[in-house]
Design a protein around this ligand. Structure first.
Ligand SMILES: Nc1ncnc2c1ncn2[C@@H]1O[C@H](COP(=O)(O)OP(=O)(O)OP(=O)(O)O)[C@@H](O)[C@H]1O
Ligand SMILES: [Mg+2]
Length: 1017
């Protein structure tokens, strides 16, 4: 079931794509099955046209059908879509072609041109504008480049205003040929440009056929010019008033907005570097041409022309032609008076010359502004947009030139595509069946062949002395060209054709169709004579542009200037040379109907164009031929990274290298051919696949190179870091080693000194043993401190002193003994527990300085601390016990609680100290107290009573003030308030406040105390 459904789905999809294809046709004619059928070709074109698909390829050639309506396919988004995408990946578009040309130019670094051809109104100018706009958006941009870009873009409206006009074929018909070079730097930035213009149709200035207009600029000035400007130029806002503007009876055209175009031109002129002065003079000239057209001549009695009071002459002088000189120049030449007709002729000749030369000045001026002064190498893309092939009811010298030009371009196209392509296959030895095509060389020769061609005959007639007229020219042609298959006149034609020809006509069978030319005016237009007087007046003009256009160095009339057609011929030869040196690309424009109508596809008209544009032949050559060819060397050079055998260098011949390369890439035998010097690739897709692979490979190579380079950089960095680390390490090690050495040297010195000291320890003190002995002394003393015997009388346990300390040791021992003696003198036989204190050695202090609060230390240190001991202090009121520190300095006794000094007793105010005769540890310090605010006597209990009192008596030298009392001690709580401490013995020791308010200290009975004490000894 599933499989069936899937098959249906596939079928439906196929059907849908087939219908779509049926509807929109094929994008590239090369894929057309019936590629030899003109009808199939036309069908495809028509189908696409009706779907608004106006572009179709024949390989890389773009066929464009004028839609005659605005299509939404030229947006910025569309441009972005086509930028940098492979040519055949997206639907055909003029942007795809532009992008392809641009990228080929960048990769191959060579010059290109895009030939845009087609008959008048087929869309050539529009196509060239689209290409230019695409480059303006897609090229790299900087402030400088944007400036160039704006000038390139805006040169267009200026040139169109001055060089385009409404014709019957096209409302904006180019009446001059234009070849524009866009110069790019190697990064693809548009850096400059240059324009070549070809033969402007000057006759339009003075004459327009019915339904046609003069050049746009005239109408723009009259319709759009500011009031003030018009007033200054003496113009009125009404085209009907100017005879040069109304000959075609068609001053207004609905598709042209002269007013807004005027504004565009004004803006463009300022961007393209025109000064105020330039603009003023330029419009002065345009106005002067209009005034000139209105100049009328009267006739004097002899029939000679005279200029009556023409107001135009006033305005002409205002725009700086000298009035009187001009007047005489228009009435006569070198004292030969003109007839009225003659004068009108001279006037028109002047108007044409002024306009024509101003146009050339304009092109030069634009070129100056586009010029790139940088001399670095550039590549260019040339855009050729020239007037298209045209056939009117009456065709004159201008159409002859225009159609001749198209003939030449067709010839170039044939040479570059059909002929050279086939010749190349032959040369390269590629099997090839020649495709027949119509070569229009025969017509080109008919027109331009030396001595025999129409141009030669025309020039001859113009230059020969005697009465040469347009008709004698026709006769000469009949003489020379009679019998030529592409040339007919009334006289030469057969019966049937003769009916369609006037007597003064000749007919050329151009590649694009028959055109009947009327010989009237050929000689005049070819001579393009300007009377000497007129020229002279122009030379003296104050208008800077006119002055520039009529230089005084111009060869005088004795030496005839080249005729117009000869100049044109040479300029076309020059153009061909320019184009031949570049790579060609083609846009073939087709006009779908004669009515400028959207959606109308006139089969006959289109079939005719397809035929004469040689599209069928081109398709046939394309189908049979190869899309791409390159010299082996170039191909190998570009793609060699794609094959390991050819990368980085191939040793053998380039052809062998290419063979190896394409074998590696897997080209199928029918996809390519190997020529003598080149490889031929049949389908673009093969090349694109190769190019894509190259793109990928390029990135890989770049990544590899990048990685190598990064590795190289990091390695360098690493080596540097390592070197630095080693250096730091070395320095550090050196430093440490030096320190170690110093330490060792010091140690050796110390050890040496120690040994020496040891060896000389028994000698009298000298330099050698002083430190050793100091050490021995210190060592002994600190050992002694830690190992004092339990009882001072235990002499055997006194640490044995080293020899040098024997004396000292004895002294220490004796000092302690002395203290004990002092204690004994004070307490022996007086206080019950004295005997138990005898054996306990005295220490220097009972509280080390570390345990005394820093603040206290800071306050009393200067008095030198002699002894400190923890005590319990009994409050004077209530006798609550408090832990305190008792500190004796040289000058006073301090009672300290943490960081606070609670009481200071200067020794001078110490009246006496009372202790009981019993075995308690209480002592009462009596102080002299004069001030009621002062604190009174102190009641303390101290575990080291005897030691503390001995020290006190030593410090104060007041041994006698220590009294041993019995029963009760009176003391001053504060001056005038007394308290009592009562002592008695009991079963166990206690301290409490008795009912009578006295502090009762009960100490253990002596017997019991003795027993108790011995237990703890
Ligand atoms: N791509 C397009 N999209 C819309 N309109 C177009 C397009 N191409 C041409 N046209 C219309 O056709 C008119 C004629 O086109 P264009 O001026 O380019 O013809 P041309 O080939 O330059 O003719 P000529 O040889 O007379 O100068 C344009 O004014 C415009 O209205
Ligand atoms: Mg044009």
């Amino acid at each position: 079931q599933d499989t069936k459904e899937r098959c249906n789905q596939i079928l439906r999809n196929m059907e849908a794509s087939l219908t779509a294809r049926d509807r929109v046709g094929i994008q590239d004619f090369v894929l057309l099955d019936a590629y030899t059928s003109e009808s199939a070709f036309l069908d495809n074109l028509r189908k696409r046209f009706h779907e608004n698909l106006i572009y179709t390829y024949i390989g890389t050639l773009l066929v464009s059908v004028n839609p005659y309506k605005e299509l939404d396919i030229y947006s910025k988004k569309q441009m972005d879509t086509y930028m940098g995408v492979n040519f055949f990946e997206l639907p055909p578009h003029i942007y795809a072609l532009a992008d392809n040309v641009f990228r080929t130019m960048l990769t191959e670094f060579n010059n290109h041109f895009i030939l845009i051809s087609g008959e008048s109104g087929a869309g050539k100018t529009e196509a060239s504008k689209k290409i230019l706009q695409f480059y303006a958006v897609s090229c790299p941009s900087t402030k400088l480049l944007n400036n160039v870009r704006d000038r390139l873009l805006l040169s267009n409206p200026v040139l169109e205003a001055f060089g385009n006009a409404k014709t019957l074929k096209n409302d904006n018909s180019s009446r001059f040929g234009k070849y524009m070079d866009i110069q790019f730097d190697h990064q693809g930035g548009a850096v400059g440009g240059h324009i070549l213009s070809y033969l402007l149709e000057k006759s339009r200035v003075v004459h327009q056929n019915h339904g046609e207009r003069n050049f746009h600029i005239f109408y723009q000035l009259v319709e759009g010019g500011e009031d003030e400007l018009l007033r200054w130029l003496g113009l009125q806002r009404n085209c009907q008033l100017y005879s040069y503007l109304v000959q075609g009876d068609c001053a207004k055209v609905s598709s042209v907005n002269d007013k807004s175009d005027w504004r565009t031109v004004q803006k463009a002129l300022s961007v393209v570097d025109f000064s105020e002065n330039d603009i003023e003079h330029l419009f002065g000239i345009i106005a002067s041409v209009l005034h000139l057209g209105n100049v009328k001549f009267g006739a004097d009695p002899r029939g000679y022309a005279i200029l009556n009071n023409n107001p135009e002459m006033h305005w002409l002088s205002k725009v700086r032609h000298r009035k009187y000189k001009l007047r005489s120049a228009l009435e006569s030449d070198l004292f030969t008076p003109f007839t009225v007709d003659h004068a009108v002729y001279a006037r028109d000749a002047l108007a044409k010359a002024i306009y024509g030369r101003t146009f050339n000045w304009l092109v030069n001026k634009i070129n100056e502004s586009l010029a790139n002064k940088d001399s670095s190498r550039k590549t260019v893309i040339g855009l050729l947009d020239i007037y298209g092939f045209e056939v009117f009811h009456v065709n004159s010298f201008e159409q002859f030139c225009i159609n001749y030009c198209n003939e030449k371009l067709q010839q170039l196209f044939i040479q570059l595509t059909l002929k050279s392509e086939q010749e190349e296959y032959e040369m390269e030895g590629i099997e090839w069946e020649p495709v027949p095509y119509f070569n229009n060389k025969i017509i080109c020769d008919l027109v331009e062949e030396k001595h025999r061609g129409i141009i030669s005959v025309l020039d001859e007639e113009c230059l020969r002395p005697g009465e040469a007229t347009d008709l004698t020219f026709l006769e000469k042609m009949e003489e020379k060209m009679g019998g030529h298959p592409h040339f007919v006149t009334h006289k030469l034609a057969d019966q049937k054709t003769r009916k369609t020809l006037e007597r003064g006509d000749f007919r050329l069978l151009h590649y694009a169709g028959e055109v009947t030319y009327c010989v009237v005016g050929f000689l005049d237009k070819n001579n393009d004579l300007l009377y000497r007087n007129v020229k002279e007046v122009m030379r003296q003009s104050k208008n800077s542009i006119i002055k520039h256009c009529f230089p005084s160095t111009e060869p005088d009339s004795k030496k005839r200037p080249e005729t117009v057609v000869t100049q044109f011929k040479s300029s076309l030869v020059g153009l061909t040379e320019i184009l031949m040196s570049k790579e060609p690309w083609y846009v073939r424009c087709i006009k779908p109907n004669e009515g400028k109508q959207p959606g109308r596809f006139d089969d006959v008209l289109v079939r005719h164009q397809v035929k004469y544009l040689g599209l069928m032949e081109h398709l046939r050559v394309r189908r049979a031929g190869f899309a791409y060819r390159r010299r082996y060397e170039i191909f190998l050079q570009r793609y060699k990274p794609l094959c390991p055998d050819t990368w980085p260098n191939w040793k053998g011949t380039a052809a062998e290298g290419v063979q190896r390369l394409i074998k590696h890439l897997g080209y199928k035998p029918n996809e390519y051919k190997m020529g003598r010097t080149k490889i031929f690739i049949r389908h673009p897709r093969t090349l694109f696949a190769t190019e894509d692979a190259f793109e990928v490979c390029k990135h890989e190579l770049a990544t590899r190179i990048q990685a190598k380079y990064k590795g190289y950089r990091v390695k360098g960095e690493f080596l540097k870091q390592r070197e630095a680390a080693t250096k730091i390490e070395t320095c550090w090690r050196g430093l440490m080693a030096r320190k170690e050495r110093e330490r060792r040297a010091w140690a050796v010195k110390v050890i040496k000194k120690f040994i020496k000291g040891f060896m000389t320890r028994n000698q009298p003190a000298c330099v050698d043993n002083s430190e050793y002995l100091a050490f021995v002394r210190q060592n002994y003393l600190s050992r002694l401190k830690d190992n004092l015997p339990k009882t001072l009388l235990d002499k055997n346990n006194w640490l044995t002193p080293p020899p040098i300390m024997q004396e000292k040791s004895k002294l220490i021992y004796l000092y302690n003994l002395q203290l004990k003696l002092l204690t004994s003198s004070m307490f022996k036989g007086k206080k019950e527990n004295y005997p138990f204190s005898v054996c306990r050695p005295f220490l220097d202090t009972r509280i080390s300085e570390d345990d005394i609060n820093v603040k206290v230390l800071q306050m009393i240190q200067h008095e030198r601390i002699k002894y400190s001991v923890p005590v319990v202090k009994y409050d004077r009121n209530g006798f609550r016990p408090r832990l305190r520190q008792l500190i004796f300095t040289q000058a006073a006794a301090y009672l300290v609680e943490e960081a606070k000094i609670k009481q200071r007793i200067d020794y001078s105010s110490l009246k006496g100290v009372s202790v009981s005769n019993l075995s308690d540890n209480f002592l009462i310090l009596h102080v002299t107290c004069d001030d009621i605010k002062q604190k009174g006597d102190l009641v303390l209990q101290c575990d080291y009573l005897f030691e503390a009192l001995t020290k006190l008596s030593l410090v104060t030298s007041k041994q006698s003030c220590i009294k041993v009392v019995q029963g009760s001690v009176r003391f001053d709580i504060q001056p005038g308030r007394e308290g009592f401490v009562d002592f008695k013995s009991g079963q166990e020791s206690m301290v409490y406040r008795a009912k009578n308010g006295h502090l009762m200290v009960v100490s253990m009975e002596f017997k019991k105390y003795v027993h108790f004490s011995w237990q703890f000894q």
